[in-house]
Design a binder for this molecule. Structure first.
Ligand code: PLP
Length: 239
């Protein structure tokens, strides 16, 4: 663990992260150029889960400002200091939210991409009523209807978005999906794009390191890229 305030030379890792960031940005530009109908804008969400603040700082210093984390607790340990140093950071929650973490999540995140059930929508609305502020919200859609995944089923998405917007008055402005690992992601991106049109929301958060260029072809406005920028995440030892 790094000593707080210690001044260190830029490590090879930091230079690597900056170079990989530049490569991902270039590939996003190229994918947008070759796409028939790209979104007006595609924002890169650099997914920093499992990576320490030092690694994140080098990507911030390379000029990037939009980041994603999947766990509230982990984000609370890393981001308050980083956000103090860089107030123009936009932090996205991309993992499931438990209702007892709603208050913490809403205090820290600028965007919550994982509104995935009525209970959470209600908890967010209650906290918004208490504080008077609310992050921007996306509804997570379980496009593959996988039992182990959270998210709203495709057939209920339009109804759920209008419930959030019209009944709870929540600032929902997009949809997010994580396609099944063993299926053609393009089918899921096309479905998310169609549902976003039907629901009348602008943002489509889709595509990760392996398939963000495909997602751009299907109109992604947000791509969530982790390992292609930060390097491989260290898996828990099994032996
Ligand atoms: C980890 C994660 C990503 C990034 O995955 P990579 O394959 O490392 O790019 C994107 N979206 C979600 C929801 C994640 O949990």
């Amino acid at each position: 663990m790094a000593v707080a305030g210690a001044k260190v030379e830029k490590s090879t890792d930091a230079r690597d992260a900056a170079a990989r960031l530049a490569e991902v940005m270039a590939r996003i530009e190229a994918a947008r150029k070759s796409a028939e109908k790209p979104a007006k804008k595609t924002t890169l969400v650099a997914v920093s889960k499992t990576f320490p603040a030092d690694a994140i700082r080098s990507v911030i210093e390379a000029g990037h400002r939009v980041f994603g984390e999947n766990r509230v607790q982990e984000a609370k340990e890393k981001w308050p200091d980083l956000k103090k140093d860089y107030p123009d950071i936009s932090l996205h929650l991309i993992g499931p939210l438990q209702s007892n973490k709603t208050r913490d999540a809403m205090a820290l995140f600028d965007v919550i991409e994982s509104v995935d059930r009525e209970k959470i929508a209600k908890a967010i609305a209650a906290e918004r009523d208490r504080t008077g502020t609310c992050p921007r919200l996306l509804v997570q859609v379980n496009t593959g209807e996988e039992p182990q995944k959270t998210g709203i089923p495709p057939s209920e998405t339009v109804k759920f978005v209008s419930y959030c917007r019209d009944t709870l008055h929540l600032p929902v402005d997009g949809l997010m999906c994580i396609p099944p690992v063993d299926e053609e992601p393009g089918l899921h991106f096309a479905l998310l794009d169609k549902l976003a049109n039907e629901a009348g929301v602008a943002e489509r958060s889709m595509g990760m390191s392996a398939d963000y260029e495909t997602a751009i072809r299907f109109g992604a406005t947000l791509v969530r890229v982790g390992s292609a920028i930060f390097g491989p995440r260290v898996a828990k030892k099994t032996s």
